[in-house]
Design a protein. Structure first.
Length: 603
């Protein structure tokens, strides 16, 4: 069960919104949740529900009725499974009441927890990690806190404090984004925030800095003038020293305002370079030793690379060979660790045409994750081609793997093993028996003659499967590896997409490989969802060109080796002889299977 306070109040149980009673009942629950796991005196609760002068003589009776109704709502959500230790409960404790609840079931407390973790990362200088944590915390908000109660006239000081905390976290998030160089991305949010509250100097300074980094110096100074005018007019104060120093730095175009390495400095000896990835041997010449020329380069590449380097006065550096998909594999490893740490579901779709290595990436990731049995349990499934198998093959394979049912297991044994597993996860017969009858359709064909093909049966079976997987993920972290998802039935696609957005906690990580046909069928696949990510792979033969600006990253002093690739030449002077040079820089995070090196130099 989950309680959502960051927006209109909602009570969600296993993906279903539970209806609450009238305004007094909702207000009672909201006030107790703001002080979760603390005793709230009856007198304090009465003052929150009514003003001191407007409390009716029947106020205590109304409060008791509201508490009774809330207990009925809470008990109805667990009646099917029986009481669960640690389940939310409204307790009577002198001198009032206490809402006992796991803090991670309340979005307000998750917000504070993730925001605190993000601030710790920001203090350590890990801006990327901080921006993810702070962004996740802010994504919990669906509007003003307890918006339905505020609309009805509730004005609790606690709500103002929660709103203020949100603004503080937004400013921390903007700091992290600015440190990552994402000033353009946050500009609209900053402008909106400053319009809403022009007296918050911190976000005003962030807006001024973002405008300056976007090349809008005049707009940055105008924004400062607007802030100063608002402060003088409303408070009779000049801007703080930090904001004044920022204005002076803009006036003199202080280079410290720009991100290090964000743009080439005037007079620099470094030029924009084109990069062509090749394989070969290490070239110690870059670290002071004798060079080995182009030994080890592929024959089709050595000659054009050599001619171009000689003509342009560049330097060629080869690398140790590395496998395609290394960036994507590291990305998946990071995401699964994050999912395990947060206990929230996540779906990653690896898209690519045939031959891009998506199935291989899936296997490599599954092997890596499976080699850590104490961290997560890995289950695999493959969607059958049209005309062979059934729409439920992948869910059936995953269920069988979880239960330990092999392909040669007879029906009676499979049913018995499945029954033990389901009853272990769902002790209540009221819940386990309906689930078992539906899950048997996945594993035991003779239980109904054949696996279900009609849409209503598919939906019920898939619903039972999703509930089983979600419950299993509460007991141990699960990783589901699904291949050829683009072949899946629409109901199967819906199920995989929905389990990633389910509000129930659980470390469930789903990574699915799919062809581009998936986006033809589902153009909005994964769009706008918080816990869904898409990774696109390019063909391994594709060559990518990047702008290079950090020559000191190539071969640290004394290393004796070059980390990756390559042959370089000034931008615009591409290689010939069959070696393709793509035009334009590579967007961050979109390298696909091709490899590039960011740090090379030219004379």
């Amino acid at each position: 069960m989950h309680f959502r306070l960051l927006g209109p109040m909602q009570l969600v149980d296993h993906g279903r919104t539970v209806g609450l009673g009238g305004m007094k009942q909702r207000a009672t629950l909201g006030f107790l949740l703001l002080r979760a796991n603390k005793v709230v005196a009856t007198s304090h609760l009465l003052n929150a529900l009514w003003s001191v002068d407007g409390t009716p003589t029947t106020a205590r009776k109304i409060l008791q009725n509201a508490v009774h109704g809330l207990r009925g709502v809470l008990s109805s959500t667990v009646s099917a499974q029986g009481p669960v230790p640690g389940e939310a409960a409204l307790l009577t404790q002198p001198p009032g009441y206490m809402m006992r609840v796991d803090p991670e079931q309340v979005d307000l407390y998750l917000f504070h927890q993730w925001a605190g973790q993000g601030r710790e990362q920001l203090a350590r200088g890990a801006a990327d990690a901080a921006s993810v944590l702070l962004g996740d915390a802010l994504a919990l908000w669906r509007g003003p806190a307890l918006a339905d109660l505020v609309e009805a006239g509730i004005r609790w000081p606690e709500l103002a404090a929660v709103q203020s905390a949100r603004l503080d976290v937004m400013e921390d998030y903007f700091d992290a984004q600015l440190a990552c160089g994402r000033h353009q991305a946050i500009l609209p949010e900053l402008e909106e925030m400053v319009r809403a509250d022009p007296l918050r100097e911190r976000c005003c300074g962030q807006l001024v800095l973002a405008l300056y980094r976007c090349g809008r110096q005049a707009d940055a100074l105008n924004a400062y003038s607007g802030v100063r005018a608002a402060l003088v007019e409303n408070l009779g104060l000049e801007p703080g020293r930090g904001l004044q120093r920022l204005q002076q730095a803009i006036l003199v175009q202080d280079p410290t305002l720009s991100l290090a390495g964000a743009e080439p400095r005037a007079g620099s000896d470094h030029r924009r370079m084109g990069v062509v990835p090749v394989r070969g041997r290490t070239v110690p010449a870059l670290t002071g030793g004798p060079g080995h020329g182009f030994d080890g380069f592929p024959d089709s590449t050595a000659q054009p690379v050599g001619e171009q380097v000689e003509r342009t006065g560049g330097t060629a550096a080869a690398t140790e060979d590395s496998e395609s998909g290394v960036y994507e594999l590291d990305f998946l490893r990071g995401l699964v660790k994050r999912t395990r740490h947060r206990s929230v579901p996540h779906l990653v779709t690896v898209l690519g045409q045939g031959g891009t290595g998506k199935s291989r990436l899936l296997r490599d990731f599954g092997s890596w994750a499976g080699a850590r049995p104490g961290e997560q349990r890995v289950l695999g499934g493959r969607v059958s081609p049209a005309g062979s198998g059934t729409p439920l093959d992948a869910p059936a394979q995953i269920l069988a793997a979880y239960c330990g049912i092999g392909s040669g297991t007879d029906g009676a044994t499979a049913r018995a093993v499945l029954a033990r597993t389901v009853r272990r996860l769902f002790p209540s017969e009221l819940t386990s028996e309906p689930l078992l009858s539906r899950l048997c359709r996945l594993l035991v064909a003779d239980s109904v003659g054949s696996r279900p093909a009609e849409e209503p049966h598919l939906a019920r079976v898939l619903g039972a499967w999703a509930r089983f997987i979600q419950e299993a993920a509460k007991h141990e972290p699960l990783v589901l590896c699904v291949d050829d998802l683009h072949r899946a039935d629409d109901l199967v696609l819906d199920t995989f997409e929905e389990i990633a957005e389910a509000p129930t906690p659980g470390a469930l990580f789903v990574v699915a490989a799919a062809g581009p046909e998936l986006l033809v069928r589902r153009p909005n696949w994964a769009g706008g969802k918080r816990h869904v990510t898409t990774v696109t792979l390019d063909r391994p033969g594709r060559v990518i060109r990047e702008q290079l600006l950090e020559p000191d990253r190539l071969g640290r002093a004394g290393s004796g080796r070059v980390p990756r690739l390559a042959a370089i030449a000034p931008a615009g002077q591409g290689f010939s002889g069959g070696t393709e040079a793509a035009t334009g820089p590579v967007p961050r995070g979109a390298r696909g299977a091709a490899h590039t090196e960011r740090a090379v130099t030219s004379r």
